[in-house]
Design a protein around this ligand. Structure first.
Ligand SMILES: N[C@@H](CCC(=O)N[C@@H](CS)C(=O)NCC(=O)O)C(=O)O
Length: 152
């Protein structure tokens, strides 16, 4: 029992692996935002322009469509990845069938990566909606398992 949330438990190991992938993907959105802020000279704060002021800059915050799209994608990751990680931890404690659990973890990571491509390319809808919905179904399925395990 005490080994459930350690790497002695293969299900936890797989959960940690796929969680780390989706967390790193979420973190990469910050980097991508920064790169695109610099590329498009679309900084959020007047003081940011002082780092690389160019002739003609008035130092006013600029809203750029690409930067805003990346930020929405980042926010959507936060809305979905955090619940996956929290519910996933509880799910691992229900001692799920290892192959079923692995299918959940892989599917969630795959759908979230697909959602990112669908948002940033962008792919025509309902591609992004499907990426979001299927990922949410995976987290929902783990939540049902947790609720069942805790309901007696
Ligand atoms: N916070 C989301 C909740 C619903 C959601 O996540 N929808 C997916 C599929 S349409 C999405 O990618 N929404 C765009 C977004 O969150 O920026 C929203 O405002 O749209």
């Amino acid at each position: 029992m005490s080994d459930l949330l350690t790497f002695n438990n293969p299900v936890f190991g797989q959960f940690a692996f796929y969680s780390c992938i989706v967390i790193c993907k979420t973190m990469a959105m910050s980097l991508l935002t920064s790169v695109n802020r610099m590329k498009n000279r679309a900084f959020a704060n007047p003081e940011d322009y002082k780092l690389s002021r160019k002739p003609g800059d008035d130092g006013k915050p600029v809203v750029n469509a690409t930067v805003e799209r990346i930020r929405r994608c980042h926010l959507n990751d936060l809305e979905n990845v955090i619940p996956f990680v929290l519910i996933g931890l509880l799910y691992v404690c229900t001692k799920p069938d290892p192959s079923t659990a692995l299918m959940h973890f892989r599917a969630f990571a795959g759908f979230r990566i697909f959602h990112t491509f669908a948002y940033l390319i962008p792919l025509p809808q309902p591609s992004r909606a499907l990426g979001f919905l299927l990922g949410a179904v995976v987290t929902g399925s783990m939540a049902v398992a947790v609720l069942k395990a805790g309901s007696y």
